[in-house]
Design a protein around this ligand. Structure first.
Ligand code: DAH
Length: 348
């Protein structure tokens, strides 16, 4: 048998043995393989190179067989479980993403929060379920007082530990007590409490073009030594002028809220007709926009702030109305309607 036939015969034997071996790497220690190497010096010099290459090729082939036997039987394509679905699977046919946009109210919440932030106010979030203490008691609404009925408040069947139903907040004033407590330490440091709360509120309203069960308000709270109503008016006039990008006038009328004394309703001069009268202001020249006043001493006391030392003002402004006027929207119900024909108009 010549050298080439010898390698071919050994290869055949070893491949057959490889199949039956339990520990596949034992094939690399096969004595037949070693014997082949030992035969090289006995060959004629011109035969050695070719014979050597054949043995090496066989040795490499066996090594590869051993390596692939150690690898998992089936190689699965790895997936990145943290990747968006379209990386791992075909993209389902959703509404194309380029048609999505920020809701017009959310866009304006950003704008007005930015203005108040630049005026030195912190931005706080409200909540969608609260208790009657924060909605009424802490705001100086006596128990069973008819003023509570003005707020058409949705309530849960479930009751809290005081036997009172939870509420879906009907105004952002529900956050006043928390905000006052949160920032009360500012006062001792000689700094004011200055915060706004833009968020969603709910009322059991009869719905029409001006009334919706779900709407947005921005509450404002400012407390310091020597704060007076002139500062309240100046602050809101400054905000409204900044928001409508032109100087507006404001007008206050006396009003009643349990949590402010004195209380006012504030109107602004129509930013579109400069008081000449137009459709936006129902030809009045003025637009009633918000409730405000000097924070009632009982409300400060409920947050452990001494009303003989500190005074403050607060307001609650309807955001929907503000945005409707800015964009010429005629019906408040569009906002919650989810109508794409409405929403797409704000898709910039
Ligand atoms: N919470 C009142 C409402 O929704 C608005 C309001 C009036 C808020 C006077 C205030 C305020 O903070 O001082 O009708």
């Amino acid at each position: 048998m010549g050298p080439n036939e010898l390698v071919a015969a050994v290869r055949k034997d070893l491949l057959a043995r490889f199949e039956s071996l339990e520990k596949k790497s034992d094939i690399l220690k096969a004595p037949e393989l070693k014997d082949l190497f030992k035969q090289i010096p006995a060959l004629e010099p011109h035969e050695r190179a070719e014979f050597g290459q054949k043995i090496n090729a066989l040795s490499n082939e066996l090594k590869e067989l051993v390596a692939s036997a150690a690898a998992p039987i089936q190689q699965l394509t790895p997936i990145d479980v943290t990747a968006p679905m379209d990386i791992n699977t075909a993209f389902p046919s959703f509404l194309p993403a380029e048609h999505g946009s920020v809701h017009p109210l959310m866009k304006e919440v950003e704008v007005l929060s930015g203005i108040f932030e630049r005026m030195g106010f912190s931005i706080e979030e409200s909540r969608e379920i609260d208790d009657q203490y924060h909605m009424f008691d802490a705001l100086n609404f006596p128990k069973d007082h008819p003023a509570r009925d003005d707020y058409d408040t949705f309530m849960t069947v479930e009751e809290d530990e005081n036997g009172e139903r939870f509420v879906a907040p009907a105004h952002t004033s529900t956050m006043q007590n928390r905000v006052l407590k949160k920032y009360a330490t500012n006062l001792a440091k000689g700094q004011p409490i200055a915060a706004v709360v833009p968020d969603r509120v709910f009322r059991n309203e009869d719905l029409d073009a001006r009334h919706e069960h779900t709407f947005y308000q921005v509450e404002g709270v400012y407390v310091h030594k020597g704060v007076h109503a002139g500062m309240l008016i100046a602050t809101l006039q400054e905000f409204l002028s900044e928001y409508y990008k032109k100087t507006v006038e404001v007008r206050t009328n006396p009003f009643y809220f349990p949590f402010t004394e004195p209380s006012f309703e504030m109107a602004l001069s129509c930013p579109f007709c400069e008081k000449a009268g137009c459709k936006v202001c129902s030809f009045e020249g003025w637009i009633e926009l918000l409730g405000c006043g000097m924070i009632h001493p009982e409300v400060l006391k409920a947050a452990s702030i001494d009303p003989t030392v500190y005074t403050g003002f607060a307001w609650g402004l309807g955001i929907d109305r503000l945005v409707m006027m800015k964009n010429g929207i005629e019906d408040v119900r569009h906002f919650e309607s989810a109508k794409l024909t409405f929403l797409r108009q704000f898709n910039d």
